[in-house]
Design a binder for this molecule. Structure first.
Ligand code: FAD
Length: 459
């Protein structure tokens, strides 16, 4: 039997998950990551003695696979999930409104009180929103024709006016799909609302990571991978994957690894450059998935300016704000981050312009901001935060299986049926490992078919 390993390319959540699953099945795994850290889009960096996140990451209770991975990492204590979905909504000149679900089902009855008590809409608008929520239940997100329509067009055809779209559906859509309803795929919007809000009473309860993201997606992930015997090579940018007689040669700038099989778990624009031509008929078509940016503005104040852990601000450039003070271990003052999704209009703005406009917008929403001293502000930009989850993109997302047995694709952009999220990434990693083992079962023997001896959580 050959002793070549399986190589996983890309150490984001998809690659981490695939590595864990392959190691569980007894394979020797080498994980190649181009950066110096694991976690990909969901990571942190050092600034002024604080580990700041590249972007705010929210999970939902319905993220079952992501939560399962966190549990395997022994990091569940770093994630807090609300007992019952409660989103504070701040609109200038109005008391704080809340989208707070009812306690009891059956689903989706629990949502009726959430919308019926939502003070940002008139009673007539709330009634019309409840009718639309009922209609969303009958949308088939897997129907390719559904994906050809935009969520905004569907909402208008179901009597939703501009204000309901902005203050309710847009608030959810921009956060979940990183795109406005007028551009977003109806299929993906329906998937989010059905899974998060309509299927289970508690599915939409909001979770936050109460630590720098890298403490979970890098430190805890690395501990789990080491425990499973996975070799992790950071700073290893893969430049080519070539078919060889008995598998693949995975090349980096300075090295090459002979592999029995490979999981390509990197963003679509990079995957298209290195996937062997015989594996995929038209990788250039992945370019149609595009990219949608997210910009975060980090503001450190000398005092507390809000007691809200997070809030939505659908009528403001702020969009969403998060209090990261205790999560990042900051003892004095307050560290707020505003998160602006679908941020194309800010792409040419300077960091100074963004900081100033976000500060001004925040000051309108939170009166305490003007009294506080700003200790630090900076901006993080993720120009390719997600693929552009627009109408008509489902047909561009590839399945894990390629035409070459032993080479599979993973990543939140592949055909998971989920939006480009942490849950989608983890699901894609599971599928990739499964497909790889199945498609090349002759050359990829499963030493421990159940993996049961290794599947315990660490720490
Ligand atoms: C600012 C921001 C906010 C977000 N907010 C949320 C949120 O609130 N909730 C949510 O669920 N999701 C959110 N997301 C999306 C979520 O982060 C992604 O869907 C998920 O992390 C993608 O994981 P992945 O493994 O598919 O890809 P990635 O995380 O992109 O991982 C790919 C990895 O491959 C590496 N790589 C690339 N090229 C090479 C190469 N040639 N060789 C070796 N390695 C390579 C990269 O360095 C990276 O580590 C957000 C994303 C961003 C950027």
């Amino acid at each position: 039997m050959t002793s070549k390993p399986v190589v996983v390319i890309g150490g984001g959540l998809a690659g981490i998950t695939a590595s864990v699953d392959l190691a569980d099945r007894g394979h020797e795994v080498v994980l190649l990551e181009s950066r110096s850290r694991l976690g990909g889009a969901a990571g942190s960096f050092e600034r002024g003695g604080v580990r700041a996140d590249t972007g705010q990451h929210v999970l939902l209770r319905c993220y079952t696979e992501y939560r399962g991975l966190i549990e395997r990492m022994g990091a569940s204590s770093l994630v807090s999930i609300q007992d019952s979905m409660d989103i504070p909504v701040i609109i200038e000149g109005r008391p704080i409104a809340r989208l707070h679900r009812g306690q009891f089902g059956p689903a989706p009855m629990h949502l009726i009180p959430a919308v019926a008590r939502y003070g940002a809409l008139t009673p007539r608008e709330r009634a019309s929103a409840i009718r639309a929520a009922r209609a969303i239940r009958s949308i088939d997100p897997d129907d390719c024709m559904t994906d050809e329509r935009t969520f905004g067009e569907w909402l208008r055809s179901h009597g939703q006016n501009d204000r309901v779209i902005r203050r309710l559906w847009g608030l959810l859509c921009v956060a979940a799909l990183n795109l406005t309803p007028d551009a977003a795929s109806l299929a993906l919007a329906a998937k989010v609302i059905q899974t998060g809000l309509l299927a289970e009473v508690s599915g939409g309860d909001i979770g936050l990571i109460q630590a720098p993201l890298s403490q979970v997606h890098d430190d805890a992930a690395a501990r789990l991978l080491a425990h499973l015997g996975v070799t992790v090579r950071r700073g290893s940018r893969v430049t080519a994957v070539d078919q060889s007689d008995n598998g693949f040669v995975v090349r980096t700038r300075s090295d090459e690894v002979a592999a029995r099989g490979a999981v390509l778990a990197i963003p679509h624009q990079y995957a298209a450059r290195i996937v062997p031509p015989s594996a995929i008929a038209d990788p250039d078509s992945w370019g149609g998935l595009g990219a949608s940016p997210i910009i975060n503005t980090h503001l450190r104040f000398d005092r507390t300016v809000t007691h809200l852990p997070f809030a939505a601000a659908p009528e403001s450039p702020v969009q969403w704000l998060f209090d990261r003070t205790s999560a990042l271990g900051i003892k004095t003052g307050q560290y707020l981050v505003t998160s602006t999704s679908a941020a194309d209009s800010l792409s040419s703005a300077t960091a100074q312009q963004i900081c100033t406009s976000q500060y001004d917008a925040l000051a309108v929403l939170l009166p305490g901001v003007r009294q506080a001293k700003v200790l630090d502000t900076f901006v993080t930009r993720e120009p390719r935060a997600t693929f552009r989850q627009a109408a008509g993109t489902a047909r561009l997302r590839p399945q894990a299986q390629t035409a070459l047995p032993g080479l599979v694709l993973a990543g939140a952009w592949t055909a998971t049926g989920w939006p480009d999220t942490m849950e989608g990434a983890v699901r894609s990693g599971h599928v990739a490992a499964e497909v790889l083992c199945r498609s090349a079962s002759g050359s990829l023997p499963t030493n421990d078919p159940t993996g049961s001896s290794r599947r315990e959580a660490i720490a």
